[in-house]
Design a protein around this ligand. Structure first.
Ligand code: GLY
Ligand code: GLY
Length: 308
């Protein structure tokens, strides 16, 4: 099979031109990292983990370093990963002092009999696996401190929910052997309650991968995505014979009409068709296939370049 990787960097409305450009560069870098892994014979799971870790390390995105702050000015991150070969999956939620939640989710998948670890249990497992603890200050950016202050001033201390500008990151990949995988990682929603868990670590909502159907990673308003199981819903439409584009439109429009939720998703079908779609204002995304890199943020601004 021709390998394919698609990545997203959540919503990106109301941001400066400069930051948009930095997001575009970050998303292109992540797609390139994922594509190099696939071209080097790496698995789809390795590719999505590598691409998402790249975005977690980039402070422009709301995951890892650059995560948005909760009501206490603290960071609680969620991530998940899935291997479409055998539906094995790993997830973590409310993790604090690690750089790459997606790598911890991978270890939950590979090294435990469970699918999902949370909070102190996830932290203990990270320590047992030798993942270094990083001070939370290292993950907090000045931009996110100001973002929380502004949110509290405008909406009050207990109201979170800015449905746009979320910046969750994710990747889907198809490797040379026909295996599909997804990974999604996020800091969640600014000003969220302590302990709030969104869609991103929840398999079926934040993503899904099945070699027999396709792979999806989602972004957007977590509570809405959870209510409609956005990722699995999209793959259901593929199972019903819809194209990747039709399936993405049907599920995103359903979320919009049924629960007034906005978001976006990336999808690769088992035959290697891919799509990036969103109902939010914008979504940084990039896709690499057959030596070409497609990328965009707003509607109708797709660029296509040759990969090195
Ligand atoms: N179905 C309950 C559990 O496995 O946690
Ligand atoms: N979609 C990311 C979140 O709501 O947590």
């Amino acid at each position: 099979m021709n390998p394919v990787v698609v990545v997203h960097g959540g919503g990106a409305s109301s941001i400066s031109k400069d930051r948009k450009e930095r997001m575009r560069q970050g998303i292109v870098r992540a797609a390139t990292v994922g594509y190099c892994i696939l071209k080097g014979g790496g698995s789809a799971v390795d590719a999505v983990e590598g691409a998402v870790a790249e975005l977690e390390n980039d402070p422009e995105f709301n995951a890892g370093c650059g995560s948005v702050l909760n009501v206490n000015g603290d960071i609680e991150m969620d991530a998940s990963i899935m291997d479409g070969k055998d539906l094995s999956t790993g997830a973590v939620s409310a993790v604090r002092c690690i750089a790459n939640p997606v790598k911890l989710a991978r270890l939950v998948m590979d090294k435990t009999p469970h699918c999902f670890l949370t909070n102190q249990g996830a932290a203990k497992f990270a320590a047992d696996m030798g993942i270094p603890e990083v001070p939370v200050e290292q993950l907090i950016t000045e931009r996110n401190r100001k973002h929380l202050e502004k949110e509290k001033a405008e909406k009050g201390a207990q109201k979170s929910g800015c449905p746009e500008n979320l910046g969750t990151v994710g990747a889907v990949a198809l490797d040379c052997k026909g295996n599909l995988a997804y990974a999604t990682s996020t800091g969640g929603i600014v000003n969220k309650m302590i302990g709030r868990v969104g869609d991103s670590p929840c398999v079926g909502s934040g993503g899904y991968a099945d070699n027999n159907i396709g792979a999806v990673s989602t972004t957007g308003h977590g509570e809405s995505i959870l209510k409609v199981n956005l990722a699995r819903l999209t793959l259901f439409h593929i199972e019903q014979g819809k194209t990747a584009e039709e399936a993405a439109n049907l599920s995103l429009n359903y979320m919009k009409s049924r629960v007034k939720g906005l978001g976006g998703l990336i999808l690769i079908s088992k035959t290697g068709d891919w799509v990036a779609k969103w109902t939010s204002t914008s979504m940084p995304w990039a896709a690499a296939k057959e030596g070409k890199l497609h990328a965009g943020i707003d509607l109708n601004d797709t660029t296509i370049t040759e990969l090195p």
